[in-house]
Design a protein around this ligand. Structure first.
Ligand code: FES
Length: 340
């Protein structure tokens, strides 16, 4: 059984597409029932990923203009995508697609003493509107932008122009990578530390590092907020098999599908809520694996991930073991699971 928030679908027309950075498309939609999208909201988009297969993908609303008559999304083309991001990159002005109204599960709280927004790569899309809202409120905030190279970082110039010296830019290939511990230690040293909220969206490795450091500096756990969708894992996604010994089933999980989606498509009942690796409701026991589990959630601790006896079905995956560990070329990983 999937526990999901009520979904209101509608048609939306693509009114503009352009490049926001290398490999990142900026797509402006005009929904048939406009509704202002608050900072932190996203829309789910139903996409035809080929061969009649339809998938739902979530994208942050970067900007909401004219009462929601213009919703801007931005999508990075995943090199391993055979589905969602490739379909979004094929969109042209005039195309139509099916989307939800704006959905909120990353709300910006009111009243924090200070705000720190940390965006890794395409994660910036979840934070652009938040930063603008904080500027308009006259809040004390900083926006930390992190990327591999400036060419692939969307909205950097726009954000620097809007937020001036409240923006800190860290670019790996410019020799200015983010040192997570330095950032969190600096937050912990300020008089406003206990009232500082940190909002982040980016690769799972970055979010885990921030979360670890946040705990080590004894900062309040409730002041750390994540947006996780789109977080990549440690390994590129590849096809693997899930065995359910209790049900006598074996199900293939394609590179662009989650285990949860694959199980649901095969008629296997599962529990889920956030579908973003945050709530832990979809946890399953790992009873065997010929490969490596690529944990992509922010629910399990580092030590639980290392033990790897449970995984979040909605985001985590498996990849074939390297040859030296017994993995054969072309042999997909096989993951045996017990649903709880
Ligand atoms: S449904 Fe929430 S962690 Fe998977």
């Amino acid at each position: 059984m999937a526990v999901q928030t009520q979904t209101r679908w509608q048609r939306a027309r693509v009114i503009e597409v352009s490049d926001a950075a290398e490999g990142v498309r900026r797509i402006v939609l005009a929904p048939e029932r406009p509704e202002h999208a608050a900072p932190g909201t996203h829309v789910d988009v139903e996409l035809d990923v080929g061969n009649g297969v339809r998938r739902v993908r979530s994208y942050s609303v970067v900007r909401s203009a004219d009462g929601g008559r213009r919703l801007t999304l931005s999508v990075r083309l995943s090199p391993t995508s055979s589905g969602g991001s490739a379909a979004m990159h094929r969109l042209r002005a005039g195309d139509e697609l099916t989307v939800t109204a704006p959905l909120q599960n990353f709300p910006l709280a009111v009243g924090a003493t200070r705000y720190v927004l940390v965006a890794g790569g395409i994660g910036v899309t979840a934070l652009v509107a938040m930063a603008s809202a904080l500027r308009r409120r006259g809040a004390d905030y900083e926006l930390v932008l992190v990327g591999r190279s400036r060419a692939v970082m969307a909205y950097v110039d726009e954000l620097a122009a809007e937020h001036g010296d409240r923006v800190r830019i860290h670019v790996d290939d410019e020799g200015t990578p983010l040192v997570v511990d330095d950032l969190v230690a600096r937050i912990a040293r300020t008089p406003a530390a206990a009232g500082t909220e940190l909002y982040m969206c980016g690769p799972i490795g970055l979010m885990n590092a921030v979360s670890r450091s946040w705990t080590e500096h004894d900062l309040p756990a409730t002041n750390l907020r994540f947006e996780t969708f789109g977080s990549g894992g440690r390994h590129p996604a590849e096809e693997f098999l899930v065995r359910l010994p209790d049900l006598g089933r074996e199900i293939t999980v394609a590179p662009d599908t989650s285990i949860l989606d694959a199980l649901e498509a095969a008629g296997v009942e599962t529990l889920s809520d956030c579908r973003k690796g945050e709530c832990g409701l979809c946890l399953a026991k790992v009873v065997g694996s010929t490969g490596v589990v690529d944990h992509r959630d922010v629910f399990l601790s580092d030590s639980q991930k290392e033990r790897s006896d449970r995984l979040c079905l909605c985001v985590s995956r498996a990849v074939a073991a390297p040859a030296e560990a017994g993995g054969g070329p072309g042999a997909p990983a096989v993951l045996s699971l017990r649903l709880t």
